[in-house]
Design a protein around this ligand. Structure first.
Ligand code: NAD
Ligand code: UDP
Length: 325
């Protein structure tokens, strides 16, 4: 018999990297999951193993258009997350964040659903406060090449809080810091996937700038746990709350680690730093620890090991396919 606590849950961007892991976890917890995606950066292969599950439903839809469904909870993840992808069609990126938020908030209002926004550390821009706490308002260029993403996500947060104040909507805003793991797209352009794919193929490791810039990397399983805890947190807790791993590394340290762990012959190649690339990024996660009882548990080496394994399999499958095996 069906669990009486089972909910109908909409995951937008559900065929993407984080979305597919989230759909899996929600199904495993006994919920009905509706995955909505326009496959801009996502891939049906990420969720193909869920298609036989009678509690899983897949819908091709672009969140910049209204959506009429009946659900209890909404996780709003639809938005390209990698700089090369969100900069490819910047107008569509802003539309996805802003119109997408309006449409999903409108849906939440109509059906009285609780709604969670996958926001980002990018709302802090190139921060002059370190590590970043949620009360820091950020240092964001409104007209640069990253602005379509950063400002789109900032506007989405504004909309979430206005719907909360004006319409009493139950909202949750999680500010996600760099997250990595299996099912990142191999050509996604983000640093962890780039370095692993390059190292496994003994190709040069492309460091932008001198590699002094820092990031903190959260393994996907930790991140999904935090998102689910955030959705289930007490109603009065809206966030915004930082979710990420506070262990900070330079990009050069990451490159060295990946080369070591893969036993690669790759050399390091320094390329120009893209404009507005943040120099430092690290979350203060005190609020998540207090409100969600959450802290990441997977160390970088452990997470990298699993991610390297995933990409190694992916590469060997595509080599076999190309050679007709
Ligand atoms: P992803 O690109 O793998 O997933 C995004 C998904 O959204 C894709 O499946 C894509 O096809 C879909 N999508 C894009 N535009 C859409 C639209 N208009 N309508 C419907 N679907 C659309 O990226 P991800 O890493 O899984 O990120 C998921 C969410 O988390 C994003 O909102 C991103 O901004 C946020 N986030 C991710 C990270 C990270 O490090 N992975 C960090 C901060 C924030
Ligand atoms: N980066 C790099 N080489 C790459 C890809 C990225 O040196 O092949 C750098 C990038 O300039 C940035 C950091 O790694 O300083 C993280 O980049 P990513 O695109 O993963 O995420 P974001 O900049 O959004 O944090």
């Amino acid at each position: 018999m069906r669990d009486p606590n089972a909910k109908r849950i909409l995951v937008t961007g559900g065929a993407g990297f984080l979305g597919s892991h989230l759909c899996e976890r929600l199904l495993a917890a006994g919920h009905d999951v509706l995955c909505v995606d326009n496959y801009y950066t996502g891939d049906k292969r990420n969720i193909s193993h869920l298609l036989g599950n009678p509690h899983f439903e897949l819908m091709r839809h672009d969140v910049t258009f209204p959506l009429y469904v009946e659900v209890d909870e909404i996780y709003n993840l639809a938005c390209p997350a990698s700089p090369i992808h969100y900069q490819f069609d910047p107008v569509q990126t802003t539309k996805t964040s802003v119109h997408g938020a309006i449409n999903m908030l409108g849906l939440a209002k109509r059906v009285k659903a609780k709604i969670l926004q996958a926001s980002t550390s990018e709302v802090y821009g190139d921060p002059d406060v370190h590590p970043q706490t949620e009360d820091y308002w950020g240092h964001v260029n409104p007209i640069g090449i990253r602005s379509c993403y950063d400002e789109g996500k900032r506007c989405a947060e504004t909309l979430f809080f206005d719907y909360h104040r004006q319409h009493n909507l139950r909202i949750k805003v999680g500010r996600i810091f760099n997250t990595y793991g299996p099912r990142m797209h191999p050509n996604d352009g983000r640093v962890v996937s780039n370095f692993i794919v390059q190292a496994l193929q003994n190709q040069p490791i492309t460091i932008y700038g001198n590699g002094d810039q820092t990031r903190s990397f959260c393994y996907v399983d930790d991140l999904i746990e935090a998102m689910i805890r955030l959705m289930n947190s007490r109603d009065e807790f809206t966030g915004p709350v930082n979710i990420g791993n506070p262990s900070e590394f330079t990009i050069l340290e990451l490159a060295t680690k990946v080369v070591e762990m893969t036993g690669s012959k790759s050399e390091i190649k320094f390329l120009p730093l893209p404009s507005d690339d943040p120099t430092q990024r690290c979350p203060d996660i005190s609020l998540a620890q207090k409100e969600l009882g959450w802290a990441p548990t997977v160390r970088l080496e452990q997470g990298l090991q699993k991610t390297i394994q995933y990409f190694a399999q992916l590469i060997s499958k595509s080599v076999q396919k190309a050679s007709g095996f």
